[in-house]
Design a protein around this ligand. Structure first.
Ligand code: CA
Length: 229
């Protein structure tokens, strides 16, 4: 049975979401503020999280960011304000879906179902081919540290390889240049994020058929980069 965590301070909404999910055979844990929700998300395994933005104490933006530091669990954000959804997209916090209140509970159930299925597919692929990441003609052999594009091998430097592999292993997740610099170069980044831009450019020259229309690594203007699923 899939487990869903709901982080929602409005009790009536939380209960309604819980009832509908339980009717559809999900196990549901309810939490009513940001801190409690984050604690539950970090302490237990969930298959999906439904997160409200306006919460007492720690708000949903912060909760989303903190969960993403630890986990790729699907997150559906619900908010009363459409502007919030634009804001969270702009911040690139890594939510998987957004719904504006009021919404129909059956719509929520449908989206929960779709995201859990999609996530299970992604995780299943990752465990089957542990050492090889393969996406639309791009094949990264992590064991041999070799990259081929449509069967043709391309030479990569260590950092180019690490950066491409990191992005490909976290598809559909937007990373800022700062974050990428920290993850790949393993140090605190201040002002040297141009290195990331240079490496992305070199990777694109090797993997993209047309670097002006990237099919793999997408630029999210003003935020960073995302590997397209
Ligand atoms: Ca609220």
């Amino acid at each position: 049975m899939s487990k869903v965590l709901i982080i929602e301070d409005e009790v009536a909404i939380a209960e309604l979401e819980k009832d509908y999910l339980e009717m559809n055979d999900y196990e549901v844990r309810l939490t009513h503020d940001g801190e409690e929700g984050l604690k539950a998300a970090c302490g237990e395994e969930f298959d999906l999280i439904v997160l409200d933005l306006m919460l007492p104490g720690m708000d949903g933006f912060e909760v989303c960011k903190r969960i993403r530091e630890k986990s790729n669990v699907p997150i559906i954000i619900v908010s009363a304000k459409k502007e919030d959804i634009d804001k969270i997209k702009g911040l690139g916090l890594g939510a998987d879906d957004y719904m504006t209140k009021p919404f129909s509970p059956s719509e929520l159930v449908a989206r929960v179902k779709a995201h859990i299925a999609r996530y299970e597919r992604l995780v299943g692929q990752a465990t089957q081919s542990n050492d090889i990441v393969e996406i639309r003609g791009l094949k990264i052999d992590k064991t041999a540290r070799r990259v081929t594009i449509n069967g043709e091998e391309k030479a990569f430097t260590t950092k180019e390889f690490d950066l491409l592999t990191f992005l490909a292993e976290h598809p559909n997740h937007v990373y800022t240049k700062d974050e990428l610099f920290r993850y790949i170069w393993d140090m605190e980044s201040y002002g040297d994020i141009a290195t990331v831009t240079v490496h992305i450019k070199k990777i694109r020259e090797k993997v993209e058929a047309d670097t002006s229309k990237p099919q793999y690594i997408e630029t999210i203007w003003g935020v960073g980069y995302r590997f397209k699923v």
